[in-house]
Design a protein around this ligand. Structure first.
Ligand code: MIC
Ligand code: SF4
Length: 643
């Protein structure tokens, strides 16, 4: 039986396990990336492992999330990351050089390699034919130290693209269509592999838009083959020697298949407040738009922004709308400037932001009360923009630009002829904002500001785990609910005690107080609990507050791994109807917890208050069970070292 592309790369990197869906495998990691908001924690953990130099082929530390520097905290974090990177053999991408995923695609990604990143949109690299996976900071720290990455072998879902996109329809509309079909939980436990004649018509940046937003499907990753289109892109980046051809075997098999006819797609939008709430722009109609934001790791490439510049050239942004644009990288921004496109954007009335994540993670540009904001980003969770009552629609750059001119949601096809854009034969290359690591052995002082606080480490799993249900939440709770991120909180990513005051507050402002009063306890959730970001703060902060376990209908992949790494029990209901039989305040007990965890995947949880028994599943591999028993991955790793 032939192998598909994902299986080929996994096989090449397999360290242990069998490539059987649902079984635990370990793969060797070639490259890692971190960004500043998850990076501080990842490097503190890396330092705790005591390994002098990274053991990957390349590791890069980006500063892109928090570049506002409203106080000393950010700048301190940047300094810490820069010095720790220099010391341990890690490349450092300075603030202003661009969004990690965009820069990595341009300057570092290599087809066929594995990339582990402490950011959920790491699968952007799949646009180049990499096996690029998002993970918690601790998993990335382990990979930097040369340890393998463990995951459950995913199923591989083939998405065959037929035909060719029509004018004004773009890659964003393709992934929005996939989201409409599969939903935000449809990709859990799967790799999405793109195939079919249609892929040849998509450039690498377009492919990267699609694999980037595959994160919103909950997928482990998404991948395109590495073909002539990939070679052209790498050549234009001055990196043709990094190219290898990578195709699935002709008789490759897949676990699932979907076909999308590119020629039948229309401009789409994801309506508030979920990336899978997708509808045709034409059928939503001309709702009034207050704000338009173009950028983010999904749609900030040169190809995206040159299109936007052509649409806006000679036009004026509507008087009632604000248009902001954050180019994805210094490369994109310099090319736009050199070609005069930047002048066209500014002349039209666009506000140009630094090359960084910016409004995508609530770093400025919070919309007005009840405002409608169109964004080319990837997540429109309630409140993520910084304004709870804002209504965020996710759209393509074409739809965003057209609507910025008209002031209402506009199907770009109504603008007439689409602008012609072609891939440049060569990109402008200047890596002077990427600082290489110091030579091995050089004495580098790691600078730690006062905002860098120690992170919590769990204790061995107790024999009896008891506590009250601190909160009961519904389906699709995001890590933005569990540990919100915004301009006020991002400076504190290396300060868990401070962040703890905001844990779960979008769901219930009293949660931190209640957790402290009860000395910790349990969280009860619905399905797809913990979707979204990779931030392990969504596990470390509950750990700090004494959370011992989460009982949910189902979990999102990265968050579940982060819970296990922190020694918090991720339990799923065997009978989902039991969800209705637990109330906030009920006291839950797991008797003989160590024995129960060791013994198998079905556990009995007592609801002391209701006097009932609840069957829960804790589907862990033998290794994960040992991690749970040890009280998290760090304790487990230390124990291993002592043996
Ligand atoms: C996000 O898009 O939510 C983030 C901010 O990039 C996160 C990482 C983080 O929380 O720092 C992600 O996607 O992993
Ligand atoms: Fe940055 Fe937004 Fe991309 Fe997250 S999704 S990496 S915040 S641009």
């Amino acid at each position: 039986m032939g192998l598909n592309l994902a299986q080929k790369i996994i096989k090449e990197h397999l360290v242990s396990g069998e490539m059987v869906p649902g079984k635990e495998i370990a793969i060797k990691i070639d490259q890692t990336l971190t960004q500043d908001s998850t990076g501080t924690m990842a490097y503190l953990q890396f330092e705790a492992m005591g390994i002098p130099r990274v053991r990957t082929k390349k590791s890069v530390a980006y500063i892109d999330h928090n570049t506002l520097q409203t106080g000393y905290e950010n700048a301190d974090d940047h300094k810490y990351i820069q010095t720790v990177a220099a010391k341990h053999g890690i490349y450092f991408s300075k603030p202003g050089n661009g969004i990690c995923h965009q820069v990595h695609l341009e300057r570092f990604g290599v087809p066929g390699m594995t990339l582990l990143g402490s950011d959920s949109h790491t699968p952007t690299g799949g646009g180049l034919g990499m096996l690029a996976i998002g993970a918690g900071g601790l998993d990335v720290a382990v990979a930097m130290g040369g340890g393998p990455y463990y995951m459950m072998m995913p199923k591989v879902c083939k998405v065959t693209l037929k035909g060719k996109l029509r004018p004004w329809v773009s890659a964003k509309d393709v992934i929005l269509e996939v989201l409409r079909i599969m939903t935000v939980k449809g990709g859990v436990g799967k790799i999405i592999e793109y195939a079919g004649e249609g892929i040849k018509t998509l450039t690498v940046p377009e492919r990267a838009t699609i694999t980037n937003m595959g994160a919103e499907l909950g997928a482990t990753t998404s991948i395109f083959p590495s073909d002539e289109v990939t070679r052209e892109f790498l050549k234009a980046q001055g990196r043709e020697s990094d190219w290898v051809e990578l195709l699935p075997d002709p008789d490759a098999e897949y676990d699932e298949e979907i076909t999308i006819d590119l020629g039948s797609l229309e401009p789409l939008a994801a309506k508030p407040h979920s990336p899978d709430n997708v509808e045709e722009v034409s059928s939503i109609g001309p709702i009034k738009v207050d704000q338009v934001c173009i950028g983010s790791c999904t749609n900030s490439s040169y190809m995206d922004l040159i299109k936007v510049a052509k649409i806006l050239k000679g036009k004026t942004v509507h008087p009632d709308a604000s248009l902001v644009i954050a180019p994805g990288s210094k490369q994109v921004l310099t090319m736009l400037a050199k070609e005069g496109a930047l002048a066209d954007l500014v002349a039209a009335g666009a506000r140009i932001l630094e090359s960084a994540c910016g409004p995508c993670i609530g770093m400025g540009q919070a919309p007005a009360t009840d405002a409608v904001s169109l964004r080319t980003f990837n997540r429109n969770f309630e409140g993520r923009s910084g304004t709870k009552s804002a209504k965020v629609y996710l759209v393509s750059p074409e739809t965003a630009a057209a609507s910025a001119i008209t002031g209402v949601l506009t199907d770009p096809r109504t603008l007439g002829e689409a602008p012609a854009v072609t891939m440049p034969e060569s990109f402008l290359i200047n890596d002077n904002m990427i600082v290489p690591p110091a030579p091995e052995g050089e004495n580098i002082e790691v600078v730690r500001g006062p905002n860098i606080k120690p992170f919590p480490v769990n204790k061995e799993l107790a024999d009896k785990v008891e506590g009250a249900v601190l909160i009961k939440v519904g389906d699709n709770i995001t890590t933005d609910h569990i540990m919100p991120s915004n301009a006020k909180l991002l400076p504190y990513r290396s300060n868990i005690p401070y962040l703890a005051e905001y844990c779960m507050t979008p769901c219930d402002p009293d949660f931190p107080k209640r957790a402290k009063e009860n000395g910790g306890g349990f969280i009860v959730g619905g399905s797809n609990y913990g979707q979204g970001s990779s931030r392990e703060h969504a596990a470390l902060v509950p750990l700090y507050l004494g959370v011992k376990g989460v009982v949910a209908k189902s979990f999102a992949r990265i968050h579940m791994a982060n819970l296990i790494n922190s020694g918090i029990l991720p339990m799923s209901f065997v009978d989902e109807a039991d969800y209705d039989r637990i109330k906030e305040g009920d006291v839950l007990v797991l008797e003989n917890a160590r024995e129960q965890v060791k013994a198998g995947d079905e556990l009995t949880l007592l609801n002391k208050t209701a006097g009932t028994e609840i069957k829960v599943r804790i589907a862990l591999s033998e290794r994960q069970k040992s991690i749970m028993l040890a009280g998290g991955l760090l304790n487990y790793t230390k124990k291993q070292g002592q043996q």
